[in-house]
Design a protein around this ligand. Structure first.
Ligand SMILES: *Cc1c(COP(=O)(O)O)cnc(C)c1O
Length: 458
């Protein structure tokens, strides 16, 4: 490769790189045809994937099989899945759509895990035919697996099969993202009366069940609580294997859930911190007796995504300066509906992409949608924004612009990957085109215009 004959560009640090990317995006006209675009830092994603791999490689006994998968829901973009696959990360999928994306990205079945709580018979059949790992969520789903495996007697299923456990260890600070409460909707409960005995029996009755899975929650769940859930599942695996008199459970899937720091550019906690917390809570986890699967989403992508949006107008109402921008509920749905749980930083740039300095004024940063709550920030101290300025919203690479919300028929914006090139340049690569209005109309039944009229032609 020709690029290898040059020295790599010096690492400018996240803030300086971001400023370079904003400036380059404006100079290269990315914000000319559309009023909002999204950027992904390609090298940053690779660095997070490498940090994850290194943290587990350092913690686990040599030879321990470790499969890292990416929770596709965090950033369901084929080029992102492809980039991660190239960095050694598989896919955790939870719907037929996510499985289709993983397959389109070329992620092989043996590096794919299916976890949804509402898998249909057809989905289960397809996963087993492909050899994709499946974690069953409940006794009724397990009965479907019984039927599917009985249909091919003698042959052990190609798919590694396991059960998702809810360790019932408790909630974090965000209820909607806490999956290990006493009454959470996911998995087999562990602490309900008789639950443990029934789980051991379920494994003894099914020699083809070889895995336990848990995912204690996402943003807002402290590391200690996640590690406690993993400890519970490890103890259950030991109990099952002792009862079976063999190492029936050979793999523990410990889910994802590493929280992300939305307050600064620091990557805290790190994957190394997480491995440390696991080691402290479950010293035997890394001793090589079990293969490990992880399913991180937010922590791999969040810090590497940036929304850029034009300020269309500025106004003042009731003494409050308001900047009306093109980034709102369609891209930052959680922030708009639950601002206390999902605060985002906002950075101010002028029309040329130069960071705005100067006195900070408390401003509302509003989106384009037609309801009063469509605000990315309320009374936020920022250099005064002007029409034509650009706001940047960092840390939005997971679950924000990649989880578009179609309110007001606002189109999905383009996503560009960016990479530092020689001499401080920035190279962009389109990873998702902006949704054309014609596609938006088509998805809204455009071809079925007369369908609801009387006497519509069949
Ligand atoms: C959402 C989810 C993940 C990823 O969670 P993050 O907080 O994004 O790391 C992993 N596993 C399961 C089962 C999930 O539902």
């Amino acid at each position: 490769m020709a690029a290898q004959t040059h020295l790599p560009p010096p690492d400018p640090g996240p803030a300086a790189l971001r400023d370079l990317a904003v400036r380059a995006a404006l100079q290269q006209g990315l914000l000319e045809r559309e009023p909002v675009v999204c950027l992904l830092d390609v090298a940053g994603i690779r660095a997070s994937a490498a940090a994850l791999t290194a943290a587990f490689a350092a913690a686990a006994a040599p030879g321990t099989p470790v499969l890292h998968t990416f929770a596709v829901k965090a950033a369901p973009l084929v080029p992102v899945l492809r980039l991660l696959a190239d960095a050694g990360i598989g896919c955790e999928v939870a719907s037929p759509g996510e499985l289709a994306l993983a397959r389109a990205a070329g992620v092989p079945a043996e590096r794919t895990v299916l976890d949804s709580p509402a898998k249909t018979r057809a989905e289960l059949r397809e996963a087993l035919a492909l050899g994709i790992a499946v974690n069953a969520d409940n006794p009724q789903e397990l009965a479907r697996l019984d039927a599917l495996t009985a249909a091919a007697p003698g042959a052990a299923p190609r798919s590694p099969l396991g059960l998702r456990i809810n360790p019932q260890t408790g909630a974090g600070t965000i209820d909607a993202l806490s999956t290990a409460t006493a009454t959470a909707k996911f998995g087999f409960p562990l602490r309900d009366p008789g639950a443990r005995e029934a789980l051991v029996r379920a494994f003894l009755d099914r020699p083809w069940l070889t895995r336990l899975h848990t995912h204690s929650g996402s943003q807002g769940v402290p590391l200690k609580l996640i590690a406690e859930g993993v400890r519970e599942v490890h103890a259950l695996a030991e109990e099952i294997n002792a009862a079976a008199g063999r190492r029936q459970i050979d793999t523990l899937d410990i889910g994802g859930g590493l929280p992300v720091n939305f307050a600064s550019d620091e990557h805290t906690p790190s994957y190394a911190d997480y491995a440390q917390a696991l080691r402290a809570a479950v010293p035997a986890l890394f001793d090589g007796s079990y293969g490990l699967v992880t399913e991180f989403g937010r922590s791999l992508l969040a810090k590497h995504g940036l929304i850029l949006a034009r300020v269309e107008y500025t106004k003042e109402t009731g003494g409050r300066p308001i900047a009306v921008t093109h980034a709102g509920v369609q891209l930052a749905t959680r922030t708009v509906y639950a601002p206390a749980s999902w605060p985002l930083r906002i950075l101010a740039y002028d029309a040329g992409g130069v960071p705005r300095t100067g006195d900070r004024v408390a401003q509302d940063v509003a989106g384009p949608a037609c309801f009063a709550g469509d605000l990315l920030a309320t009374a936020r101290e920022l250099p005064r924004l002007h029409p034509g300025d650009v706001i940047a919203v960092p840390d939005t690479g997971a679950y924000f612009f990649t989880a578009h919300y179609g309110y007001n028929s606002l189109p999905r914006p383009a996503v560009h990957g960016f990479t530092a090139a020689a001499r401080g340049g920035i190279r962009f690569a389109l990873a998702r085109a902006a949704q054309p209005l014609a596609d938006l109309v088509a998805e809204a039944g455009g071809a079925l215009r007369d369908a609801l009229l009387p006497d519509a032609a069949p």
